[in-house]
Design a protein. Sequence first.
Length: 85
Amino acid sequence: MPRKLNPALKKPLKLTPELEAVVGKGPIPRFEVVKKIWVYIKKHDLQNPKNRRNIIADEKLLPLFGGKKEVNMFEMTKLVSKHMS
């Protein structure tokens, strides 16, 4: 039996302009935002080659990551959630 998606994850959220620069215009549900960020990361080859769990920030991701040059994928989700309401 397939797992059901939590209804809270389906609710469209407002996005900051910094986040919209990466994922497109909002409102977008949280799970879609995370999917689109991963598409962006893979498209621009921003995973650390030595540790694929770490994301290296480019000029668009730097404001989302609070100015940090590199974050792990779990920290990324926490930092990006501050840009959704």
